[in-house]
Design a protein around this ligand. Structure first.
Ligand code: HEC
Length: 174
């Protein structure tokens, strides 16, 4: 009987010690997690997404897409249309707010549908030049409508042509 209670006491003590060790380990892990959370939030805050950079890339794909379509080089046009759509999807994923406007939501409602329509005119073998030109104009309008909506009317996009190498009208509004 004595032997039994001695071993019970031993087991209890062992459990208490184990418990203390576990609690200490838990609190160490808690501190570790808190430090990691802090690191993550400072990293996030430090990495500001630059919408203007993404838009510059947008303009590049848009410009080349227009030129490839006008040249009726459908293989090339398809390539640029994919690049443009991928870039737009990345912009949506970035969840940017500009002038209080949800840029992702605007891109989804204003630009994505017209880009999808445009893609349909770039058929696998031969595209439809007239339809392409029409849908491309719709894309230009969509770019500019959104620049108006986000107080960026001064960024006026135009269909690429020989006149400007930037698919952009740099003149001030009359
Ligand atoms: C969601 C609305 C929206 C749509 C749609 C949109 N833009 Fe923008 N764009 C903006 C905003 C907002 C800025 C300003 C970003 C800033 O202030 O950092 C901008 C900036 C730009 C810039 C300035 C960067 C530079 O290199 O000069 C260009 C060019 C541009 N957009 C091109 C386009 C083109 C081309 C399209 C259509 C294919 C387009 N944008 C569609 C909202 C939009």
């Amino acid at each position: 009987m004595k032997k039994l209670s001695a071993s019970l006491l031993f087991v209890t003590l062992a459990l208490v010690v184990l418990n203390i060790a576990t609690l200490r380990e838990l609190s160490r892990l808690d501190r570790h997690i808190a430090a990691l959370e802090k690191d993550v939030s400072t990293t996030k805050a430090g990495r500001t997404y630059r919408l203007a950079d993404a838009m510059a890339v947008n303009q590049r794909w848009f410009d080349k897409l227009g030129r490839a379509g006008t040249a009726q080089n459908w293989e090339l046009a398809r390539f640029y249309s994919e690049q443009l759509e991928n870039n737009v999807n990345e912009m949506i994923a970035a969840k940017v707010v500009a002038e209080g406007q949800d840029v992702g939501a605007l891109l989804n409602s204003m630009l994505v549908p017209v880009l999808q329509d445009l893609r349909k005119t770039i058929a696998p073998d031969a595209g439809a030049p007239t339809a392409f030109a029409e849908r491309f104009t719709a894309v230009v309008n969509s770019c500019n409508h959104c620049h108006d909506a986000t107080k960026r009317s001064f960024i006026k996009i135009v269909a690429p042509s020989g006149e400007s190498e930037w698919a952009q009208d740099f003149r001030a509004k009359p």
